[in-house]
Design a protein around this ligand. Sequence first.
Ligand SMILES: Nc1nc2c(ncn2[C@@H]2O[C@H](COP(=O)(O)OP(=O)(O)OP(=O)(O)O)[C@@H](O)[C@H]2O)c(=O)[nH]1
Length: 386
Amino acid sequence: MNTFEQIYFLIGILSLLVGVGVAFTFVLPVPSQRVKAQSPIYGRLFLVTLWFAFLGICLQPLGFPLASAATLNLCVLLAMYMLYLTVLKRYGQVLTHKQIAMIILHLVFCEALSLYFYLGNNQLLIREMLVSICVLIPLGLTLRLIYQNIPDNRGGDEMIFIVVSLTTIGVVFGVPFYRMWLEPGEPVGTEVAFVAIFMLCLLFMLGFPASLMQSLFIRLSTQAYIDALTGAKNRHYLYRESVRMLAHAQRHEQHFSVVVCDIDFFKKVNDQHGHPAGDEALKQFAHIISDLLRSGDTLVRMGGEEFLIVLPNADIQQASTMAQRLCDEVRDAEIKVENTTLKLTASFGVASLNADDTIFDGIRQADEALYRAKASGRDQVKRAQS
Ligand SMILES: Nc1nc2c(ncn2[C@@H]2O[C@H](COP(=O)(O)OP(=O)(O)OP(=O)(O)O)[C@@H](O)[C@H]2O)c(=O)[nH]1
């Protein structure tokens, strides 16, 4: 294969890869939020600008050195800003006008300097080092952005962080290392540039969908344990987590209590104000309760208007005090649904688990206490009879 055939072959392979990458972004699920939905667009532009960067490298051996110098630096830097924008949009953020102006200024400045060093004495080494330094700015911004967002547990961020970190390591160490092997003034080899750009595209194409899948998986597994109406945990969560919570309490010889609560005469709310108003009342009721719980406590919607509160590290006295506070708070609260204000009350049954009790034993005892609270006139707390 002569040089031209080899270049066309490499461009063909890269086009195929970029084509597959761009097509792939179209089949990935699009986030519903408008700004986040723009993320795949910048992902596509990242791949396409990298393709143009490789074309820029190929222009040198094809006999267009000036065009090569002008295209390569601009496209590499532009690609890194596209990467930054892909991540920025993924987090639902937008650029300010000032930031856009800074990016354009940075692109123009870098391009002008690069051409200056190219035209003045053909100082390739300085030019390439300069481009590497310029490229580190968008990479650094991207890394910082991901790092700031990782604590939010969005899921998948670690994967993107690895992709961008590997790219940064490649720029910081790979470029100077490779430069050492070249003769002074010798341009970057087409094959080496091809491998670098190919790897970058591949890493992006694998890393970003993987991060998306990871975050979708985390979101789905979180949603599977949450009651959609009230935001409280559901029974599946209780069944999964209660064994772990109880084992922890037993290991540390801690008390473990449960409170079952049920809104009084909730049927009337539905009958008088309609089902949607009943839904809204349930939602607000759950918020009132969860606002008063400690961080380790868990509110579970058992079904309908019945909730369970799991109180690790609380004995029967502490659990009863908490239940009384909740009972008072619900009675005092004003529940605004549509154009009316509702007053609700709820009844509570409290039980504390013995060392060999299961969560079901605790719920059964608390249910029995709740039954007595209802029978005694509602709007009150009763303890399980041990
Ligand atoms: N709006 C709405 N209503 C619900 C939901 N789940 C259960 N309900 C209603 O809750 C009411 C429960 O009624 P009952 O079991 O008779 O209890 P209650 O009227 O609260 O009376 P007591 O519990 O005896 O004080 C029924 O009318 C159900 O339709 C829900 O998700 N949304």
